[in-house]
Write a protein that binds this ligand. Structure first.
Ligand code: URA
Length: 434
């Protein structure tokens, strides 16, 4: 089929057939199609959207552009994973993969790099010298068989169509499209050959989807398409109107994850890691109250941290050499009052400005810079009290401190802190408020 005809059909709002989508994606994956045709297609989808049938077909053919992981004995040791749509300070993956591995499931986690203003699991882990994020398919399979988990990046063999399409979407302003996000996330997760997937769909100023409506639309699309492709999928909508945990950056997020893995650290991080993990192990432990107790024990008794150390060592990392944090600089409150809001997008931009995230794909990450939040929404604060700590050299810190100070709004009225878990959608089941 002629690619321009398929682009024209989508541009004019016509529904594409499975054959049209197959031919288009196959041509792209075989590098038989120039990038500009795929960029035009992405823009047509961005404006016209896709039906669930089209999105399902797009996901299926993107998956088919690469290979899938292979597992034995899935009824005994289910293969599960979690994916987050990305949020400020979201380090749950670093805790959840080893935690789940201690519970008898396998977690072949294929993660991404920072996207927009949100950080990436791979960038965070690369603050551990030597840590490899480029495992081959046989390496992923054997590591997951041996220690129960791996956290690595997509390879040329796993959904290569997504790698190329994603790079194009980033530079053609077509990232924020529900069908394209759905196909991108699910094709990678389906390549892991999972039994079940938990999706953490973030909503709020520190995330991709800034309104509950947009997040709910994405969550429903992910659950529907996952279900249509035979994957037991649950989406949890979680609040991102303030950072998750206190640390935002790279090395400092690894340190905070280690705290959590040792049974300490901020409550919201622990709570969310346990909440999402309990859903992921529901085939082994259907009673979520018992599952939560089991997971909390594994954090408190050191098992999860031991597994994390095995994971780091298996991928060549040396935790004793974790990047040191840059010099700390405190930002203080200029008045008494109550923290009314914290603008996550601004915090993300500050991290990028400091070098902890990327302005362009080729930028190198500075793992030593970051922010530690010392106040949360709803906290009463007094003039002079530290609100946040910036880890950076003097010049960079002087540049970002005014921005950061403005991101934390102090008012006079009492504020109810936002609820962390907002909603839950299960594939094939009735959706209900949690
Ligand atoms: N994460 C992905 O992997 N792809 C997207 O398109 C958005 C978030």
């Amino acid at each position: 089929m002629i690619p321009a005809e398929i682009i024209r059909a989508k541009r004019d709002g016509r529904q594409l057939s499975n054959e049209q989508i197959a031919s288009f994606i196959d041509g792209f994956a075989r590098s038989a199609m120039p990038d500009y045709q795929m960029a035009a297609f992405a823009m047509a989808v961005f404006f016209q959207g896709m039906t669930r049938a089209e999105t399902t077909s797009l996901t299926r053919h993107m998956l088919a552009s690469g290979q899938q992981l292979k597992w034995n004995d899935r009824s005994v040791r289910p293969v599960v994973d979690k994916h987050s749509t990305g949020g400020i300070g979201d380090k749950v993956s670093l805790v959840l993969a080893p935690l789940l591995a201690c519970c008898g499931v396998r977690v072949p986690m294929i993660s991404g790099r920072g996207l927009g203003t949100t950080g990436g699991t791979l960038d965070k882990l690369e603050s551990i010298p030597g840590f490899r994020t480029d495992l081959t398919i046989p390496e992923i399979e054997s590591q997951v068989e041996n220690i129960g988990c791996a956290i690595t990046g997509a390879t040329d063999d796993i959904v290569p169509a997504d790698r190329r399409l994603y790079a194009l979407r980033d530079v053609t302003a077509t990232v924020e499209s529900v069908p394209l996000i759905t196909a991108s996330i699910l094709s990678k997760k389906l390549a892991e050959s999972l039994d079940s997937l938990v999706l953490d769909v973030k909503v709020g100023s520190g995330s991709f989807m800034q309104t509950p409506e947009a997040a709910a639309e994405l969550a429903q699309s992910l659950v529907d398409v996952g279900h249509a492709l035979g994957l037991n999928t649950t989406a949890v909508l979680t609040n991102m109107d303030q950072p998750l945990g206190q640390m935002i950056g790279n090395a400092n997020e690894v340190l905070e994850s280690i705290e959590c893995l040792q049974g300490r650290g901020p409550n919201d991080l622990r709570e969310l890691a346990i909440h999402l993990s309990a859903i992921a192990i529901k085939t082994l432990q259907p009673d979520e109250v018992n599952a939560r107790r089991l997971l909390a024990d594994k954090l408190d008794n050191g098992e999860a941290y031991d597994r994390f150390k095995q994971l780091i060592a298996a991928q060549g990392g040396d935790l004793s050499q974790l990047a040191q944090l840059a010099e700390p600089h405190d930002i203080v409150a200029d008045r008494n009052g109550i923290v009314e809001s914290i603008n996550g997008q601004t915090l993300g931009n500050v991290i990028i400005e400091l070098g902890g995230g990327r302005k362009v794909a080729a930028d190198k990450i500075d793992h030593q810079v970051g922010i530690e939040m010392l106040a949360r929404v709803g906290d009463r604060v007094s003039a002079g009290q530290p609100l946040a700590r910036v880890f950076a050299d003097n010049a960079a810190s002087n540049q970002v401190c005014p921005l950061l100070r403005r991101a934390i709004v102090i008012g006079d009225r009492a504020v109810i802190p936002p609820k962390l878990v907002i909603d839950r959608l299960d594939s094939g089941a009735e959706n209900g408020k949690s």
